[in-house]
Design a protein. Structure first.
Lengths: 614, 349
């Protein structure tokens, strides 16, 4: 029997099932394998906020979406090409996003009477013709595994648990992927459980072979590797990239790393990861609250560490007073804020560009803090290094904005050589002759960093206003104004030390899109699409928000219209308007969900077709 | 540690006669009111510092906000005046990062037990090796006289013009309950007592909590006179001394016995009881420490002063370092390139 092989540029697969079905696991395996064979990959795990939602329910559906291709993919994919659904609820929840003629692979064992009822289906959608718009592949995965593993003598529960690996094997076949990476992974994971290992290895091959031998299944797909720059790659989530970035920054700074943090979705994983890096000498305090998280980090920074604190919106709210302290103390501190939808508890597991305002304005007094923003999972590494560089060089807290989308989604990351990273070494003050606590480096305006333990530099600092140079407490009115201005000037001066903003497309003209953060993916996709269609449109993506790149004002002035797509009500748009006195158009999505590229494309197209819209 | 810090964390031995109290004074005006309890505490700290054998550069005072929290400005060591309530959080981070430092905290009853209450109980629980000096004046002084979590029922303050209706914390019980390993109480009027308690606190490994009755002449003057003035104190307080019976009174003619778990005052005069019958203090006995601390607001017994408890437990920062060592031994020193590559990487060339 000859199998037909079709070539595709980009494919979106979504593995969906019950919370307990292991969908995150197979999704991760598939994306690692796709990365390894050289595809461009973008993924997002989507799981319920309940830890163990009741089995089979609509709100208990857990999914993992993978967008991969032979061309650069920047989003998780607007529409699903292949949906793997392990039960009725996972079909119901995800069907609206499956494209017409898309493939639905259904585990028929998950469509029993009880499942249908929980999913609120009157009749079985697999049998009633309602899916005729799609290519439906029905497999009783549970039954297949029962037969496959009958001789192993393991519990029915353990048998049932292999069905996700069967599904993975089948999808590997469908896309002509090698099994070795997952086999290697299984062997490591179940090294001490030979029977479970055997069961899973069999499941993987059974799924694969099922595809190879199935009579009515004839099309297999191929997605060539993408043209990515040379180098060593891995898939990485934004959170892991931040965690590794902090360790790499400490290594480059030749400083020990301290993390003071309190668990909060979606930032917790950074704390998880770093807690596992003890062999790097990292000290981690899971503090009693976010305030203690940041205050302990400030204490460690005072003690000469590269110190960091990680959090999300509600935690950032609690850290606000201590941020002001770090500003007046002029101590280095990296604050990573993985944004989620607010206000209050809001949508805790959903992303939003919620915190630009609080990062920018959220302190009493004049307390400027540099803000950098990662544009995607892989970029979190580079921007963590940048945050640390600015913090150490300018003796200041720095806020890095990530969000729940890039924090948990993955992208291939070209792993830099340590030599490519900037030198972050610092000079501690040691000379009593020249030391004054608030004496500044004339080029950076950073004050001297004298850490306890240094003989003859004993001095006192604190939250009270400092006298210029001596650092003594001062209530002098003119001194206060001077210090406020100095602190501002120091932060403004960082603009000379960051890359200029770049414009893609025409360098001047009608419409400039300005964006920041994880909207990069969908905006870039929409932008490329519009350019391909021949439209004149330009795009600037900002990774440095405070200070802005020096040339941003100039760039804005070259365009008739500026539009900012944001997952908020227009926090960057407001900032641009107030800084540059330009009216700014907005595209806002505040649904706890990332933009789809198509949504942005349509909005931009409307603007392009209506030049009068200002 | 191959870090920029390695030259700074090294130990430097100083002979105990190298310093005099003057070396710990700062040439600026102390801004407390005349007669403030803070002065005595400050001089006693400056007096014992030379005895500790710790180089001056290794000592750090951290504080929060309050009259008491001005303290670090007045001691010629490293000083960190933080924000209200957060001294213990800052100090914990510093000590965990830098176990080589001798870290002291100056805090007030409001700073430590109200806004900073959470950090306080958790610092006690973790047993970070820091020395907490809590200036208890039973009032918020810096903000000009509101009641605090240690203010007494009925106390009239600006926010309790008709008397406080809250029940106060008993700081010693709170510290013990939260797991503090060294818990003591003293008062400003007795310099020798404070010196003794501060030396004990410095010598103790793990958290040391010293509650100090500190008179605020402006907003709560005389709050502790009953316990600290010569004419009353022998009868109103009992000094806790390890291994010694709990005897008190001007003529040392009274003692404290346990009736079940209840401390009761007995007199030796009528011949029914002798000094042999009374409780013998044992700083290592946590159950006893709770009972003694609970005498604090009991009107039928004298107020206990001295060391309630001093027990040994590994300190937090030590456990953190040990774990790093163990993990490093097991996994080998971290390799950043390996960490960056992870398990599944691929090369495009
Ligand atoms: C966040 C914050 N809230 C309130 C204050 C105002 N404040 C400063 S000190 C203080 C109370 C101080 O009382 P205590 O800790 O007992 O110190 P004391 O002045 O009595 O020594 C208050 C409420 C502040 N500085 N910061
Ligand atoms: S107000 Fe009270 S506590 Fe404050 S300095 Fe004066 S006497 Fe001391
Ligand atoms: Mg007070």
């Amino acid at each position: 029997m000859s199998k037909k092989v079709e070539h595709l540029d980009k494919v979106t697969i979504r593995f969906a099932g019950d919370s307990g079905d292991g969908m995150q696991l197979v999704g991760t395996q598939f994306s690692n394998t796709a990365g390894t064979v050289g595809n461009s990959v973008n993924t997002f795990p989507d799981y319920p906020s309940e830890i163990r939602a009741p089995e089979g329910t609509l709100y208990g559906v857990s999914a993992y979406q993978i967008h991969f291709g032979s061309k650069k993919v920047n989003t998780i994919g607007d529409k699903i090409d292949v949906l793997v659904c392990m039960n009725a609820s996972s079909l119901k929840v995800n069907l609206p996003n499956v494209r017409e003629k898309g493939i639905i692979i259904a585990n028929t064992a998950g469509f029993g009477e009880k499942n249908l009822k929980l999913a609120k289906y009157e009749t079985n959608p697999l049998d009633n013709g309602s899916l005729s718009k799609y290519q439906l592949i029905k497999i009783n995965m549970s039954e297949m595994m029962k037969q496959e593993l009958a001789d192993l003598g393991i519990s029915p529960k353990a048998v049932e648990r292999t069905k996700n690996i069967f599904a993975l094997g089948f999808v590997y076949w469908l896309f002509n992927r090698p099994l070795d990476l997952t086999e290697k992974w299984l062997k490591e994971k179940f090294a001490n459980k030979p029977q479970i290992l055997e069961a899973n290895l069999r499941a993987l091959r059974a799924g694969y072979n099922y595809g190879a031998t199935r009579q009515e299944m004839i099309v297999q797909y191929n997605v060539h590797h993408a043209d990515l720059p040379k180098g060593t790659y891995r898939n990485i989530t934004g959170n892991e990239a931040c965690a590794i970035g902090l360790v790499a920054a400490a290594t480059k700074a030749k400083l020990p790393l301290f993390l003071g943090s309190y668990p909060i979705t979606p930032a917790t994983e950074i704390l998880h990861f770093i807690s596992g890096y003890k062999q790097f000498g990292v000290k981690v305090l899971q503090a009693e609250d976010e305030i203690a998280g940041i205050c302990s980090a400030i204490g460690a920074s005072y003690g000469g560490y590269l110190a960091a604190t990680t959090t999300s919106g509600p935690g950032l709210s609690l850290k606000v007073e201590a941020l002001g302290l770090a500003v007046i103390l002029e101590l280095p501190l990296v604050v990573i804020d993985v944004q989620r939808a607010g206000p209050s508890t809001g949508l805790p597991t959903k992303p939003e560009q919620s915190d630009l305002n609080i990062a920018y304005y959220g302190r009493h007094g004049e307390a400027p803090i540099p803000i950098v923003a990662a544009s995607g999972a892989a970029d979190c590494f580079a921007m963590t290094i940048e945050a640390a560089r600015i913090a150490l060089k300018y003796m200041t807290p720095v806020i890095l904005l990530s969000d729940g989308y890039m924090a948990q989604g993955t992208e291939p990351w070209r792993i830099p050589d340590m030599n490519e990273l900037p030198d972050l070494t610092v000079n501690f003050a040691t000379d009593p002759e020249t030391f004054k606590p608030y004496r500044r480096d004339p080029s950076t305006l950073a004050r001297m960093w004298a850490v306890p333990g240094t003989p003859n530099l004993e001095h006192r600092i604190g939250g009270l206003e400092k006298e210029d140079i001596t650092g003594l407490v001062s209530h002098d009115p003119l001194n206060h104004q001077k210090m406020v201005e100095l602190r501002q000037k120091k932060i403004d001066g960082i603009a000379n030390d960051i890359p200029l903003a770049e414009v893609e497309g025409e360098q001047s003209g009608d419409l400039l899109v300005v964006a920041w953060g994880s909207v990069y993916g969908p905006v870039k996709t929409a932008f490329d699409e519009l350019r391909e269609q021949g439209h004149k449109i330009s795009y600037t993506h900002l990774k440095y928000i405070r200070p802005f790149p020096k040339n941003l004002g100039d760039i804005l002035s070259r365009f008739e219209r500026i539009v900012v797509p944001e997952m908020n009500m227009g926090q960057l748009a407001d900032l641009l308007q107030s800084k540059f006195l330009r009216p700014v158009l907005r595209i806002n999505k505040i649904q706890g969900m990332p933009f789809k590229a198509k949504e942005i494309e349509i909005k931009l197209l409307e603007l392009l077709n209506n030049k009068g819209d200002k | 540690m191959t870090t920029m810090l390695q030259d700074i964390v090294v130990k430097r031995n100083v002979p105990t006669n190298q310093y005099t109290p003057k070396d710990f004074k700062v040439d600026i005006d102390v801004r407390w009111c005349a007669g403030c309890g803070g002065y005595s505490i400050l001089s006693q700290v400056q007096r014992i510092m030379p005895e500790l054998g710790i180089p001056r550069e290794k000592i750090v005072f951290v504080s929060g906000i309050g009259c008491s929290s001005r303290f670090p400005y007045y001691v010629n060591v490293y000083g960190f005046h933080s924000i209200h309530g957060r001294a213990l959080a800052v100090a914990s981070g510093l000590k965990i990062a830098r176990p080589d430092l001798s870290v002291w905290i100056a805090t007030g009853d409001g700073d430590c037990m109200s806004i900073g209450g959470n950090h306080f109980i958790h610092a006690c629980r973790r047993n970070v090796d820091i020395n907490v000096l809590m200036f208890n004046n039973e009032v918020y002084s810096l903000t000009k006289g509101q009641y605090s979590p240690t203010s007494q029922p009925g106390q009239k303050t600006k926010t309790s013009p008709f008397g406080v209706v809250d029940d106060p914390f008993n700081p010693a019980s709170l510290a013990l309950g939260a797991g503090a390993t060294f818990v003591a109480r003293g008062y400003d009027r007795d310099p020798k007592m404070l010196q003794y308690l501060f030396e004990r606190a410095a010598a103790h490994k793990g958290i040391s909590f010293v509650e100090i009755y500190a008179n605020c002449v402006i907003f709560n003057d005389g709050a502790f006179d009953k316990y600290t003035e010569k004419e009353y104190r022998d009868d109103t307080t009992v000094w806790l001394e390890d291994g010694k019976p709990l005897i008190f009174g001007k003529n040392r003619d009274k003692g404290i016995i346990l009736d079940g778990f209840t401390p009761v005052v007995v007199s030796f005069e009528d011949g029914n009881y002798s000094p042999n019958d009374v409780i013998v203090h044992n700083e290592k006995d946590s159950t006893l420490a709770f009972i003694l601390a609970n005498m604090t607001y009991n009107p039928n017994v004298p107020r206990p002063i001295g060391v309630f408890q001093s027990i040994e437990k590994p300190s937090y920062e030590e456990k953190v370092e040990n774990q790093i060592e163990e993990v490093t031994k097991k996994l080998g020193e971290g390799d950043i390139n390996h960490l960056m590559c992870g398990e599944d990487f691929w090369t495009i060339d």
